[in-house]
Design a protein around this ligand. Structure first.
Ligand SMILES: NC(=O)c1ccc[n+]([C@@H]2O[C@H](COP(=O)([O-])OP(=O)(O)OC[C@H]3O[C@@H](n4cnc5c(N)ncnc54)[C@H](OP(=O)(O)O)[C@@H]3O)[C@@H](O)[C@H]2O)c1
Length: 436
């Protein structure tokens, strides 16, 4: 049996003491959860592995259980993590063994993607069944909203669950960037409440993401990218839902120091819908771009040349990934793995603010961000139910700053709630193109 979930809001104040180790600030968790068992599904992969490493450095007393199907990869990961870690063989498609594994843990971090075209939320269902706290690093709109539909079951089981944690989405929409920009804009204009559906000040929110190559991520990220090319892009313009072609609507965005200006293209990302519905922002879109520039051209070509049915078929896409993977890895060696997220908020009263987060290594920062969400759940910042990071019940507003500090370890740029000229290398661009 999993231990009953402990809500520790009252002990949050005693939660943090910092000591420098391995460039990460240690977190002193409340005593009741200090030795929790945290299962990381996909812990043999890049995102899960990076999360396990960050968690074990930040909170060395946690017991980390690496979950996956491959014993050799599991043994290698555990050797890297050292004491307080173990491997467990588990396939997330096998419900009985998944539940048996969850019965013995306090928190499960689901990073065994891809989430695109997955038909069920098997891990969340098993977490509810076994009363285990849950978070995922899902980056798919359908999956994220399907996870949300388990709200009443999670409430009945009294477990906290976060969907779309991680760096993007996660930090980009919830803890740091969009939610805090919107909150600051509203409180500075008319003291608007957190979630007003139709604020009298019109807001435009644009997410722009850049990752060099695959960002040092595993093969799953390639599958994720190709599957996203098979999804129509949902965006919102003045409250209206619109759909557009994937990898269209290119914009050249300035990501500032260490990254520069990059082309980004529309993609169907879950933070667009959640920011629209939860933060009540009428105009929202999200774009993504990669390097070298010819990968972007390749993505445009795939969108134009491959039939949608092909791009929506996980097994066909998997074969395509196997074909492309060696070339992509070779180019990754040259491209590096810099990552940058820029969120722009424009208000109809003329106010413009942005948030920017850039890191030299996506594979490190994604782990730090996912670990920061896991720690927030352990600290009791998440209420029972299934939440997006931008919901105050998901990450309590007063817990956002601590989450942000942990997630932003080692960034080359981290700017929050500043006017765009602080980032732009070409000030003439200010004020242009406030719509999609
Ligand atoms: N939210 C964010 O910030 C963010 C950022 C980047 C990526 N992502 C998402 O994170 C996911 C993982 O990406 P990655 O780069 O880490 O991929 P990866 O290196 O290929 O790792 C995937 C992991 O999932 C495990 N796995 C796959 N199917 C499984 C199954 N049926 N049962 C158990 N384990 C299974 C694999 O383990 P075995 O094959 O060894 O069993 C592997 O460890 C992707 O979906 C990606 O889109 C999220």
């Amino acid at each position: 049996m999993a231990r009953p979930w402990l809500h520790l809001n009252n002990s949050r104040s005693m939660a943090m003491a910092c000591a420098k180790e391995s460039n990460l600030h240690r977190v002193l968790l409340p005593e009741k959860v200090r030795n929790s068992r945290v299962l990381i599904l996909g812990g043999t992969g890049r995102v899960g592995g990076s999360t396990a490493i960050a968690l074990s450095k930040l909170c060395p007393d946690l017991r980390i259980v690496v979950g996956g199907r491959n014993k050799e990869k599991g043994a290698a990961r555990v050797a890297e993590l050292g004491k307080n870690s173990e491997f467990t063989e588990v396939d997330i498609e096998e419900r009985a063994s998944l539940e048996a594994t969850l019965r013995d843990v306090d928190l499960v971090v689901h990073s065994a993607g891809p989430f695109q075209q997955a038909e069920k939320c098997t891990v969340l269902e098993a977490a509810i069944q076994t009363k285990t706290a849950y978070m995922d690093v899902c980056d798919d709109t359908s999956y994220a909203f399907r996870a949300k539909s388990y709200m009443s079951k999670a409430l009945a089981a009294n477990i906290p669950a976060i969907t779309t944690g991680g760096i993007y989405p996660g930090v980009s929409n919830g803890a740091i960037m969009a939610a805090e920009l919107v909150r600051a804009a509203r409180s500075e204009s008319k003291g608007e409440p957190e979630r007003l559906s139709y604020p009298h000040v019109e807001l435009v929110l644009r997410f722009s993401y850049y990752t060099a190559g695959t960002g040092g991520a595993g093969p799953t990220i390639l599958a994720t990218s190709f599957l996203l090319l098979g999804e129509e892009v949902v965006a919102y313009s003045k409250g209206e839902k619109i759909t557009v072609k994937p990898y269209s609507g290119m914009r050249n965005i300035d990501f500032g120091k260490g990254i520069g200006k990059k082309d980004v293209y529309l993609l169907n990302l879950p933070e667009v819908r959640s920011a629209h519905e939860i933060l009540g922002v009428p105009t929202v879109s999200a774009r993504f771009g990669t390097a070298p520039f010819y990968w972007n051209w390749g993505m445009v070509a795939m969108t134009n040349l491959l039939p949608v049915e092909f791009l929506r078929d996980r097994s066909k896409v998997q074969k395509l990934v196997e074909l492309f993977d060696p070339v992509v890895r070779a180019v990754d060696e040259i491209a590096g793995e810099r990552v940058s997220m820029r969120v722009d908020l424009e208000c109809s009263d003329g106010r413009q603010t942005l948030a920017l987060f850039s890191h030299r290594r996506l594979s490190v920062s994604v782990g730090a961000a996912a670990a920061a969400f896991a720690i927030a759940i352990l600290e009791g910042s998440t209420q029972a139910g299934v939440w997006f990071p931008e919901e105050p019940e998901g990450i309590a507003i007063e817990a956002r700053e601590a989450l942000l500090k942990r997630a932003a370890e080692g960034t080359i740029s981290f700017i929050m709630n500043k006017p765009p000229w602080m980032v732009e290398t070409d000030p003439k661009e200010l004020g242009l193109g406030i719509y999609l």
